[in-house]
Design a protein around this ligand. Structure first.
Ligand SMILES: [Ca+2]
Ligand SMILES: [Ca+2]
Length: 246
């Protein structure tokens, strides 16, 4: 199914993954259908720029699932990520974002006592934004735990977010969670806007492109043939650079 999306001027990355679909410019969504069922998320890079790592205290890395806990329902149309309550998930972003949205489900039988924590970090690691919230919709967890609940957490920052952290607090009765549909709004305005200041193209973006091109980073693989860094990618960059930011 079409799941990994890479939009606007960065559509080339979608083609790398074999997916593309029309959507608002600058928005990418991770649905976890990008990975095989059973894949451990630790060390995985999705969208070409979002690399997951997990700080796990007692359990294995969160894994991609399509059934089990939770069973198909709110998240049942595709894969989701399942983890235990002592997991702390970190996403490092090679392309910074200004907004992050995450859908989550918990298996707590007193779900009003459980909070999801979502925070965004600057390039220097400082916390730009921190939000905590409760589930708002009941009953999306499997029938065995009928009073379980789901919600959506959002963080927004005027400053570029380079790292996202998420965790769950107050595990009174909860043991595990599922997350799905992580949506990023990229800080960059187009394929050429690769460096700060975002929302404008200047010489810093040229330097960033040349660096990414030299390293054969997905960020510089802007045109077909994808997986190959050649003059077509340079042309695509120059076109986007010439178009500039709105
Ligand atoms: Ca820029
Ligand atoms: Ca290419």
């Amino acid at each position: 199914m079409m799941s990994t999306t890479r939009r606007g001027g960065m559509i080339g990355l979608a083609a790398v993954a074999g997916f593309a679909m029309a959507a608002p410019a600058g928005v990418d969504t991770i649905t976890f259908d990008e990975l095989a069922v059973g894949t451990e998320i630790h060390g995985q890079t999705l969208l070409g720029y979002a690399t997951f790592s997990t700080q796990v205290q007692t359990t294995a890395s969160p894994t991609v699932e399509v059934e089990g806990v939770p069973v198909p329902g709110e998240y049942g149309s595709g894969a989701f990520l399942v983890g235990a309550f002592d997991d702390f998930i970190v996403i490092d972003l090679a392309t910074p974002v200004t907004r992050v949205s995450v859908g989550f489900t918990i298996d707590d039988t007193i779900h009003s006592s459980v909070q999801m924590h979502l925070q965004g970090h600057a390039a220097d690691g400082s916390i730009l934004v921190f939000e905590q919230g409760f589930p708002t919709v009941s009953g999306t967890w499997p029938a065995v735990l009928g009073d379980s609940a789901s919600g959506t957490m959002v963080i927004e920052s005027a400053e570029p977010i380079y790292q996202v952290g998420m965790s769950f607090a107050l595990d009174v009765f909860a043991t595990s969670f599922a997350i799905d549909n992580i949506e990023f709004v990229r800080a960059s305005c187009n394929a050429a806007d690769l460096a700060e200041p975002f929302g404008a193209v200047d010489f810093s973006d040229v330097v960033a492109f040349l660096g990414a091109f030299g390293e054969q980073s997905p960020l510089a693989d802007l045109a077909a043939p994808f997986g190959t860094w050649d003059f077509n990618d340079v042309i695509e960059f120059l076109n986007a650079f010439g178009a500039g930011c709105p």
